[in-house]
Structure formats: C-alpha cells, structure tokens
Design a protein around this ligand. Structure first.
Ligand code: FES
Ligand code: FES
Length: 158
C-alpha cells in the first residue's frame, strides 16, 4: 500500500510523517513519532486512554486515521507540561493520588484539560459527565474528580 504524506502540527511543532492509509493516528503517534503517552486500552473508542485534542475537540485517537491529521492541530499529553513545570492538572493528580497503574491517566488529563478549557468552573456533576468517556479500572473516580476540582480552583486563581 502506498504511504500517505501528512503535514500537521503536534503540540505546537510542525511535524511531517508518512503513514499507511488505514493506520490510526494513535499508531502514528506511538509507533512512528515516539509519542507514547496516549495509550491503547481498547482500540474501539470505548476507554478514552488514547484521548488527544484535535483542533480543540477531544477525540479518541484510535478512531482517527493518521492521514486525517493533515493540516490540523494535534495536542497530546506530551505537550501538557512546560519543561519541568507540570500543568496544574498533572500536579493535582499527583497530590490527590488520582492514579495507580497510570494507563488511563494521560487520557484523563487530556479530557480534563479540554473540559476546563470549555468550562473553567465545572460542577462535580459536569466533571463526571465530562470524563464519562474515560475509564479507569484501578482508582475509582473520586480522587480523579477531586483532583480536577482542585486544579480548576488553582487555574481560576492564576
Ligand atoms: S484505545 Fe481509544 S478509546 Fe480505548
Ligand atoms: S490508574 Fe490504572 S486504569 Fe486508571
């Protein structure tokens, strides 16, 4: 199969890659570009572990083709911290121990970032609804919700 040449923006950087027409963006990120933060939990759009932001929209990268990133803006977990400075959501996930094995964590962080960008002052119900597409088999969800609430307070004050 002939490759597809793609020019896109990932975490603010222009990136060019070749992929197969049927290759998912998740596989491109992980296997071609070495961005292994997004995880493959299910590969069928059910778990949210592969969440990324594509042109300001939260998507499951396992359901997007690598070729579809042409000319678009991709944000992944690798772009969330600035150098050694963690994003407030990352900091609060640590402080609240809102992770155990960590497989779901990049997806939760990206989904929470998208949620707070659109709704900086969410209620607990809105947080639970906003993160409903992300599954965690370890922590239960309370610590994650508390971490997002705490991060929202910090970000409002900033
Ligand atoms: S791996 Fe994409 S939703 Fe589960
Ligand atoms: S911390 Fe293990 S799946 Fe969420």
């Amino acid at each position: 199969m002939a490759g597809v040449a793609v020019l896109t923006t990932i975490n603010g950087d222009n990136v060019e890659y070749l992929c197969q027409p049927d290759e998912t963006l998740l596989d491109v990120l992980r296997d071609r570009l070495g961005l292994t933060g997004a995880k493959e939990g299910c590969g069928t759009g059910d778990c949210g572990a592969c969440s990324i932001i594509l042109d300001d929209r939260l998507v499951c990268s396992c359901l997007v083709l690598g070729a579809e990133a042409e000319g678009r803006r991709v944000e992944t977990i690798e772009g969330m911290a600035h150098g050694d400075r963690l994003h407030p959501l990352q900091q609060k996930f640590l402080e609240h121990a809102a992770l155990q094995c960590g497989v779901c964590t990049p997806g939760f962080l990206i989904a929470a970032k998208d949620l707070l960008a659109k709704n900086p002052d969410p209620t607990e119900e809105e947080i639970r609804f906003g993160l409903a597409g992300n599954l965690c088999r370890c922590t239960g969800y309370d610590k994650i919700v508390r971490a997002v609430q705490d991060a929202a307070s910090v970000m409002k004050g900033a």
